[in-house]
Design a protein around this ligand. Structure first.
Ligand code: MGP
Length: 299
């Protein structure tokens, strides 16, 4: 009984399958037309009008408005990126490492903080959302390509990256020094993870969920002729008194998080060597006494 219809070259079984598929597709279409607009029934061959613009307007993604990101995921805090390098020294206008990112309107130096030491540090931009962070990150030169003696400072908005700022003056820093030759392939990732831990507030998660209680004020990457340095600045530093035990515990937790979760070292791993340091903490007051003997906490 394997016959074919006069207007088709298909064998009957294939034809049956094809008709079944066609009628299934048609009944699906009828059902969906009925659900989308019960008042409008389409005549055979009539073309349904679709308002593409109205549909597009309902979809809000970061691509809907590439000039002004209109879908934002807010960060816990707003942040400011600062930068200095030999090329910013003595310049009034910032020569930033940005290739395409817009400047914060009125970007300028913060005045006479640090007896002129801050004059060369330029404010690049403020941001307070995940999207703006990635927009910034994708448009700045990574640390491995910065000139020698340059620094990126990522600080909570309103805090100047200097010992003298109210938020820093009783604080200190965790830092690690990494020889350039061995770490050039790793430093960009280490800096990215350090920034993500800062803006994600994972260094010192507050037990009551209030990020204003966080010990962290900012993070820094520095390029020097023979090494990189990564630093985490804290609001407070243990002073050695007995009632500092809780603070010391908290500060040490920041250092361990930095060493293990952010930089990826083992807790027991020893890192000091030629041009390399351990992950170590020093108060800013001790940093100011450069050259004199200072107390350090090491994790
Ligand atoms: P640095 O850049 O933190 O140290 O500080 P580094 O990398 O060992 O030294 P460098 O010379 O290779 O850059 C260098 C010097 O800058 C310090 O000795 C201070 O004189 C000055 N300085 C650094 N900081 C972070 C501050 C600050 O916050 N305030 C003031 N007033 N001076 C600072």
């Amino acid at each position: 009984m394997a016959t074919t219809t006069s207007n088709s070259a298909l064998p009957e079984a294939a034809l049956k399958a094809s008709r079944a598929a066609l009628s299934a597709a048609l009944s699906d279409q009828e059902a969906s037309t009925a659900t989308t607009d019960p008042d409008q029934t389409l005549e055979a061959g009539e073309i349904q009008e679709v308002d593409m613009q109205a549909q597009a307007d309902q979809i809000r993604t970061v691509f809907s408005d590439p000039a002004n990101f209109n879908v934002k995921h807010p960060l816990f805090s707003a942040w400011t990126l600062w930068f200095d390098s030999p090329s910013t020294k003595g310049r009034n206008l910032p020569q930033t490492p940005m290739s395409a990112f817009p400047q914060t309107p009125g970007a300028q130096t913060p005045g006479a903080v640090g007896g002129g030491w801050m004059d060369d540090i330029k404010r690049v931009i403020n941001f307070d959302s995940v999207e703006e962070f990635w927009g910034l990150y994708n448009n700045i030169i990574p640390p491995s390509q910065l000139p020698q003696k340059a620094n990126y400072y990522l600080f909570k908005e309103g805090i100047i990256p200097a010992w003298e700022d109210e938020a820093n003056k009783y604080g200190g820093k965790w830092s690690i020094q990494l020889p350039k030759d061995k770490n050039r392939p790793h430093v960009d990732r280490m800096w990215l993870f350090t920034m993500l831990a800062a803006i994600g507030e994972t260094f010192d998660p507050s037990p009551n969920g209030n990020v204003n209680d966080s010990l962290i004020t900012g993070v820094i990457v520095s390029t020097r002729p023979q090494f990189y340095r990564l630093s985490i600045w804290t609001r407070l530093a243990p002073g050695g008194a007995e009632d500092d035990a809780k603070l010391r515990e908290r500060i040490e937790a920041v250092g361990r998080h930095f060493k293990m979760q952010v930089l990826g070292y083992q807790e027991v791993q020893r890192l000091a060597g030629p041009l390399a340091t351990e992950v170590e903490f020093q108060s800013h007051k001790d940093s100011e006494k450069k050259g004199k003997s200072v107390r350090k906490i090491v994790v």
